[in-house]
Design a binder for this molecule. Structure first.
Ligand code: C2E
Ligand code: MG
Ligand code: MG
Length: 441
């Protein structure tokens, strides 16, 4: 495994600080770090002290104590998030949670009088905790943090191996940050450059990531994803480009490019008798544009393509406050024969409400649930709940972000039939994608 190629001696390059409330736990943390070749650069007791330290320079890892006496280790997440959003933190440090682990007896919520009358199965069942917090709650919090860009490692067990694995992961994150252009560099992008790229198409291209039937491994669809190579700054990730497009109100300009590429690939697939749909991303604002469905249907009709071959993935980056408008727009799009998918389910803001009130053909389970599947039992429960929900509401499910081959049979067993992710295929250039499809035949 790639992580193991980093020798522990390299950890000395990491800037590590500690947050612990007592002298004894702080001593233990320091001892463990020293055994891995790290001398922590500072140690703090309160969140305020950490905040001041972070505003003065970059830190790679914060080792925090999770304990019943203080919630600082948990609340640190929101401090980091706030500082990052306010531009006071250039680099988000990784967070390591450490603490006493224990099993506490499960109690029946709402009934304090059970006492010894608890059924034997419940009496013996226990909840695994760290510092008094249920491990499942820590897992969920870590997943949410990840969605906000904060890497959290929960050190379930003490020991050099566990700590070293976490440090290797933190080191890889730092290496990635060091090698890519800094966030600040992207701020040099100008409005004119983006408009020019979107109008001329210069530097822009689309890649295609296949979606697979998880049992037969047949390709059942593909998602079109934009790529922008800037002449000065190199590759601009969609996570930088798309918010900029939205902020400048250029989403329709982007969609006209998406549409052009989608038509191009759909025609190429049709020529070679592949009947799979192509999915494109679009915000609620784009989909709510007056006459959107009519115009798109006319475009597809004009080139002789059936509407069912185009799928629109609703992203939640620009939420539509007028739910009635969104519902009407999506209904009009589906009435024209296009498929509508709800992207990134589980991390968006209003997804639950949307799913109940708006009809979709498909829902994509966010990769954060899929990647946590092997590690935490609550992810499995969430996914199997979604599978039941999908059956009831009659929409298809796609699992996103499958990075690990071993999660494929797990997903299938939970009832998820279609998936997308690096373990199956990376996004590919147009020609490579067509070649890939031919090989599949
Ligand atoms: P998305 O629609 O959820 O697309 C999936 C993202 O996950 C893509 O990132 C893809 O490259 C990445 N991915 C695929 N497999 C894996 C995996 O196994 N592990 C992990 N960690 N990631 C995986 P990408 O291309 O960077 O796009 C990010 C987001 O930008 C997209 O998320 C979508 O919301 C937005 N986006 C991309 N292209 C377009 C576009 O043409 N128009 C609009 N409006 N949004 C776009
Ligand atoms: Mg998508
Ligand atoms: Mg997605």
């Amino acid at each position: 495994m790639r992580l193991n190629v980093i020798a522990p001696s390299t950890f000395a390059a990491l800037r590590v600080i500690m947050l612990a409330v007592g002298a004894v736990p702080a001593q233990r943390m320091r001892g463990m770090l020293m055994a891995s070749g790290i001398t922590p650069v500072a140690s703090f007791v309160t969140l305020g002290e950490v905040e001041v330290y972070l505003s003065n320079g970059p830190v790679d890892v914060i080792v925090c104590q999770i304990c019943p006496e203080s919630d600082a280790g948990l609340m640190l997440l929101s401090v980091l998030n706030r500082m990052h959003k306010n531009g006071k933190l250039e680099q988000l440090p990784s967070l390591f949670w450490m603490g006493e682990t224990s099993m506490i007896a499960a109690t029946c919520p709402g009934d304090v009088n059970y006492g010894s009358r608890l059924p034997a199965t419940v009496q013996t069942a226990g909840i695994e905790c760290m510092g008094g917090v249920a491990m499942t709650a820590l897992d969920s919090l870590a997943r949410l943090a990840k969605a906000a860009g904060i890497h959290v490692e929960i050190l379930h067990r003490e020991g050099a191996m566990v700590l070293n694995d976490a440090l290797r992961a933190a080191l890889l994150i730092r290496t990635k940050l060091d090698s890519g252009p800094a966030q600040a560099d992207f701020e040099l992008l100008t409005e004119e450059e983006l408009i020019s790229a979107l109008t001329t198409g210069e530097g822009l291209r689309f890649v295609f990531q296949p979606q697979f039937d998880l049992l037969s491994r047949r390709v059942v669809g593909a998602e079109a994803l934009i790529r922008w190579k800037h002449h000065r700054l190199g590759d601009i990730p969609p996570s930088i480009m798309i918010p900029l497009v939205n902020r400048l109100g250029l989403d329709l300009l982007l969609f006209s490019l998406v549409e052009m590429w989608a038509v191009r690939v759909m025609l190429a697939l049709k020529r070679e008798n592949f009947g799979i749909p192509i999915a494109v991303n679009a915000s609620a604002k784009t989909l709510c544009t007056p006459k959107f469905a009519e115009r798109l249907a006319a475009r597809m009709h004009g080139v002789g393509l059936p509407a069912r071959l185009l799928k629109l993935e609703l992203t939640e980056d620009v939420p539509e406050p007028d739910e009635l408008l969104l519902s009407a727009a999506l209904t009009a799009i589906r009435a024209k024969g296009f498929q509508v998918s709800l992207d990134d389910f589980g991390v968006g803001a209003a997804t639950m409400n949307l799913l109940v009130n708006v009809s979709f053909d498909e829902m994509k389970i966010d990769g954060s649930f899929v990647r946590a599947l092997g590690e935490c039992s609550s992810s499995g429960k969430v996914i199997s709940g979604l599978v039941n929900w999908a059956r009831l509401l009659k929409f298809n499910l796609v699992a996103e972000g499958i990075e690990d081959e071993s999660t494929i049979p797990l997903l299938y067993r939970l009832g998820c039939r279609v998936g997308q992710g690096y373990a199956l295929a990376h996004p590919m250039e147009f020609d490579d994608f067509m070649m890939f499809m031919r090989k599949q035949k």
